[in-house]
Structure formats: structure tokens, C-alpha cells
Design a protein around this ligand. Structure first.
Ligand code: NAP
Length: 280
């Protein structure tokens, strides 16, 4: 039976530690969050980010826009936030309304305020093995979870399933920088099971409920489930068939309560680190 990786507890510890550091600061970190979408999940994520940052004593400001927002207005806001000394971190909640060009907006954020680590300069730094201004939140949270459970990465065979710019690719880069041997799989990958069966660590980030079945997992493997599928009855499930896979795996993350809380803890930590860097 697998050991359950308790992301909620590790995240709580990170946030408690952060709170004690922030309490000692005269000035407080400033986080600006832009919500230009009517996506229900995005609204929930933004609310929870707002709650966490207020609990830490951050000066958080949420910019909520309806569909009439134009690309030009959003560009102007990014320029203002880049110039604002009280704003240390800028987050653009994705996806944006369809008529907006998200990539152009992300590239206009000052990389030193890019709390999500999505700016090409930050992505490029990580791909060169350099320290970015901020690491992407979910990948950073995953590496922290593994380290918190003393799961070594050097020389391990890891498959990352999903190649998005926000999870799959950056987590593959981070793990490679940690000396793991990484396979990056996606929807066109042939015979996924033959790959996952051989792996010491499986990280699934597809949003395909129960994609990872027990017969795809090597005995004792570490299984990290990033996926979130929201069901009509309000429950959540991940990419992994949790009840069956936990009988085979060595370690497993639950959904909810695994990677999710670590993503938000990383966001709060990134905000604090950007604030420190800008106030050196
Ligand atoms: P995304 O942009 O939709 O990417 C999904 C990836 O999964 C794509 O690379 C896709 O391959 C691949 N894929 C889809 N079906 C597959 C299959 N049957 N076999 C193998 N690969 C498959 O999604 P995302 O933004 O990375 O998010 C992925 C999931 O993680 C979602 O459920 C999201 O809600 C969740 N998420 C959770 C957190 C958290 O904090 N827990 C944070 C971010 C995202 P192609 O590239 O070939 O299309």
C-alpha cells in the first residue's frame, strides 16, 4: 500500500514559515492578479489566491474584467503594474477571454515581477540550468513535495505525461536539472503503458480522469497526480485511478490535497522572493 503524500501539510508548513517572515517585514509584498475570464474554475482559483495572500498580510489587488476588456487596456495595465513600486508580483490568470492574446500579455510582464515564471526569459533561464526570477509554481511545488518525502531524483527514470507550458515542459526541465532521466509523453505518444511500467516516478498532468491505471505502474513507483477534473456533483478527481494505483505504488498524491495546495504555496513563496529581490 502506497504512502500518501500529504501536500496540504507540506503547503501549510511553507505558509506558516512565510507568515513568520512576512510579519517581520515593515513593507509588505504586493501581488497583482488579473482575471479577464468568466471561467468558473479560474474564478475559484483567484478567490483562493486572494484569501491566502490576505492571510499572509500581502497587499493583494485583484483586477476583474468583463468581456468588454480590450487587449490595449490590458497592455496599459501591465505597463502600469510594471512601473508600480508597490507591486512586486504580477499574475495573469489563464485562460483569458478568447479575443485576448495571452502570450503577448505574458511577454510584457517585467520578468522580475513574473510570479508564475511564464516569461520566456524565466523559461529560458530554467532551460539553461540557471536560477530564474521565479520558478513556475506547480513544477516548483512538485519538486518540493518529492524532496519533503526524501525521494531522490538523481539517476531516476521519470515520465512526465502532458507537455503544456505551465506544467509538463517546465516540470520536465526542473527534473532534468535535478539529474533525473526524463521522458516527456503526450497525446501522440505510442503505447504509454510500455513507458510508464518502467518508470521510477510518474507525473501525470493531462486532465484525463483515470488515465493512469494500476497495470501501468511499476511496484513501488512514485505517482504524482497533477490533473484536476471537476465533476457535475462538485467533486474533483485526478488523472490517476487512485484507489487501485495506491495498492501498487510506493508513494502517491491524492486529488485534492496533493499537488494543488503546493501550487498556491509556491505562488505565495514566489511573491515573497520577488519582493525581497526588489527591496535588496
Ligand atoms: P493542457 O494544456 O490541456 O495540456 C494537457 C497535456 O496532456 C497535453 O500536452 C496533451 O497532449 C496531454 N494529453 C492529453 N490527453 C492525453 C492522453 N490521453 N495521453 C497522454 N497525454 C495526454 O493542460 P495543463 O494546463 O497542463 O493542465 C493539465 C491538468 O493539470 C489539468 O487537469 C489541470 O486542471 C491540472 N492542473 C493542476 C494544477 C494543480 O495545481 N494541481 C495546476 C495546473 C494544472 P498534447 O500536447 O499532445 O495535446
Amino acid at each position: 500500500m502506497a504512502k500518501i503524500i500529504d501536500g496540504k501539510k507540506i503547503a501549510r508548513d511553507i505558509l506558516l514559515d512565510l507568515k513568520s517572515k512576512v510579519d517581520k517585514c515593515d513593507k509588505k509584498p504586493g501581488l497583482a492578479v488579473i482575471l479577464a475570464s468568466d471561467d468558473d474554475s479560474s474564478k475559484l482559483y483567484v478567490e483562493s489566491k486572494e484569501k491566502k495572500s490576505l492571510a499572509l498580510g500581502y497587499k493583494s489587488c485583484i483586477y476583474r474584467f468583463d468581456k468588454s476588456i480590450t487587449q490595449g487596456k490590458l497592455i496599459q495595465l501591465i505597463h502600469e503594474l510594471n512601473a508600480d513600486k508597490g507591486t512586486n508580483a504580477i499574475l495573469v490568470q489563464l485562460p483569458l477571454y478568447k479575443h485576448l492574446d495571452a502570450q503577448q500579455i505574458l511577454e510584457l510582464i517585467d520578468p522580475r515581477k513574473d510570479v508564475d515564471g511564464f516569461h520566456p526569459i524565466n523559461v529560458g533561464k530554467v532551460s539553461c540550468g540557471l536560477k530564474p526570477y521565479a520558478y513556475c509554481c506547480t513544477p516548483k511545488g512538485i519538486v518540493k513535495l518529492l524532496k519533503a518525502y526524501n525521494i531522490s531524483l538523481a539517476g531516476k527514470n521519470v515520465v512526465v505525461i502532458g507537455r503544456s507550458n505551465i506544467v509538463g515542459k517546465p516540470v520536465a526541465m526542473l527534473l532534468s536539472n535535478e539529474n533525473a532521466t526524463v521522458t516527456l509523453a503526450h497525446s501522440k505518444t505510442k503505447n504509454l503503458k510500455s513507458i510508464t511500467k518502467e518508470m521510477d516516478i510518474i507525473i501525470s498532468a493531462t486532465g484525463q480522469s483515470k488515465l493512469i491505471k494500476a497495470d501501468m505502474v511499476k511496484k513501488g513507483a512514485v505517482v504524482i497526480d497533477v490533473g484536476i477534473t471537476r465533476h457535475y456533483n462538485g467533486t474533483l478527481s485526478g488523472d490517476v485511478d487512485f484507489e487501485k494505483v495506491k495498492e501498487v505504488a510506493g508513494y502517491i498524491t491524492p486529488v485534492p490535497g496533493g499537488v494543488g495546495p503546493m501550487t498556491i504555496a509556491s505562488l505565495m513563496e514566489n511573491t515573497y522572493e520577488l519582493f525581497l529581490e526588489q527591496n535588496k
